[in-house]
Design a protein around this ligand. Structure first.
Ligand code: HEC
Length: 205
């Protein structure tokens, strides 16, 4: 036998053997996992939907190009530093969305963080500087031209969510006698007067 081609020691054979078995198992595992995924596309059923009109389609492009995705998320685009707007059309009416975009504080009936009523704050999409100052970086939104606001309103109102999903305003369709009793017993009267049962909202919509 040539000098350079000594046969493997027992330990080496065992080591390479074990390594080979791992590689083989990983290969087999991958093959079966992949086959299983192909057979069951989508482990989770999507709970948010969109069916865009021509106006909504226009709004979706404006949404991407006017800095909205710097803060918001919708249809898998954007960030989570503002509210997710998937399902917005199931939470708010079209009139509400329009009112919010043009007069956010008046519509919320409260002080807002980033959106401001027209005339307050700065014009133009957020810049690095407006983020650094940290204040009202979405104050430009209320000052956008009317046609852009209308298209954005159409787009957002066409984002819907299934009842009970995390993006929906209405919880799952279920009445639990125990929970109803506990809320009836423990919730202060002032709350009951101030807040309605969110499950009844759908019936009135
Ligand atoms: C700098 C971050 C930021 C940017 C940019 C921004 N938003 Fe917002 N948005 C917020 C925050 C924060 C709120 C909650 C209200 C508040 O405090 O300003 C909000 C609230 C909203 C709401 C109300 C959601 C609800 O149901 O209560 C809508 C609709 C909305 N934004 C749409 C838009 C659109 C459309 C754009 C782009 C033209 C945009 N936003 C750009 C941060 C932002």
């Amino acid at each position: 036998m040539a000098e350079g081609r000594r046969s493997l020691k027992v330990g080496e054979k065992v080591l390479f053997g074990i390594f080979g078995v791992f590689v083989l198992l990983a290969g087999i595992g991958f093959y079966f996992m992949d086959a299983a995924v192909q057979r069951h596309p989508g482990m989770f059923k999507p709970t948010t939907h969109y069916n865009l009109s021509a106006e909504g389609e226009k709004g979706s492009v404006i949404f991407l190009h006017q800095g909205c995705t710097d803060c918001h998320r919708a249809i898998q685009d954007g960030t989570n530093s503002g509210l997710s707007l998937d399902g917005e059309g199931s939470k708010r009416t079209k009139q509400w969305i329009y009112a919010f975009l043009t007069h956010p504080e008046e519509t919320y009936g409260a002080k807002t963080i980033d959106h401001l009523d027209p005339g307050e704050g700065v014009a133009g999409p957020p810049t690095a500087a407006s983020y650094r100052t940290g204040q009202a970086a979405a104050s430009y939104v209320a000052a956008l031209p009317e046609d852009k606001i209308r298209a954005l309103t159409a787009f957002l109102s066409e984002l819907t969510a299934d009842r009970g999903s995390t993006s929906a305003a209405i919880p799952p369709e279920a009445h639990d006698a125990f929970i109803d009793k506990m809320v009836g017993m423990w919730a202060p009267d002032s709350w009951k007067k101030k807040y309605g049962d969110v499950r009844k909202k759908e019936e009135s919509q």
